[in-house]
Design a protein around this ligand. Sequence first.
Ligand code: MG
Length: 386
Amino acid sequence: MTGEDLRAQESLTVTAVRHHRHRAPLLRPFVTAARRTEAVEYVVAEIELHRGAIGQGSAAETVAVTGESAETITAALAGPLRSALEGATGTLGELTRRIGAALEGASSARAAADVALHDAWAKSVGTPLVELLGGRLEDGLMNDMTISLEDPDVMAEHARTAVAGGEQILKIKLGHDIAEDRRRLAAVVEAAPEARLRLDANQGWSPEQAIEIITGFERDGLPIDLVEQPVAARNIEGLARVAAAVELPIMADEAVWTTEDARRLVDADACDLLNIKLAKTGGLRGALEIADIAREAGMECMVGAMMEPRISITAAAHLAIAHPAITMIDLDPPAWFTSAAPRGGFVQDGAWLRLCGGPGLGLELLPADVDPAPDAAPPIGDGGDR
Ligand SMILES: [Mg+2]
């Protein structure tokens, strides 16, 4: 048994489960085939352990993706999740299973509680979470920057700005109309010819449209690394058909929430890559299990996020850097927020994301009673999935 395993076997008692709600304006609207967002409503979960360590996790309202609003997240944290955890004693694994069993659905709210528990646990041990998950603090990953689904000239301008700001990988939102999508991509490639591209149709194409447009991009030799969720999440057969018909790697996102989803996709040979998000898996345990399934299948994973605040993104970064099957990150949402609070967690150095260190997530606690004020000099960029 490793040192990490021994520390995970210690008995923990949860003395308090709290939550507080915030609203964060974005620097510019975030637009995908599924939704348009100008400000993010989010809820912070705080978990306190018997020796005084306080951990935090967060969940953003993403009604169009997870079905959860700030109200339902608040209700889940104040009701079933608090009941399941407050006063409970057990190992980290036992307490995380309590979170999973507390209620159906509510994956973002469960993720907030799960991350807060892991943060508190790692703080109580005095170690960065990434190391307790088996990774190395000093290993960074190259981040990307998302270009929202807009008119071609607007997307071209955003791509130009992102590359001028040091970005090397752009995630291009497509998926409304394939003729318009071709114009969008052509405009981006012209504006940022040196950038590597990840395409995300957010379920916007039929299998036939996906095969037609992707094989066209292949013929044109465009610098595309992968295509994310080209077809409807429930259409596993269609996804497999696209993956078999094209050369470019196909990534599942909306089609993979649980370990069962991941196994089904692997068994059906439906995709080449998986996109893991804590707000879909309900926390770190489910995310790590999906990454294990991918590793056994010889697949690589990306860790992405919803348009979520810095606490959620820091947790996703610890996860991504910890697991060997996770080789890509799509964690640019903080670049869209007007505030970088709370301080710590990670830094973005050009295109590279690196963890700051410190116990747990390495973040200061976000005060409960104030919304983070806009920074004096807001970050420049574009960015996010979801
Ligand atoms: Mg996606």
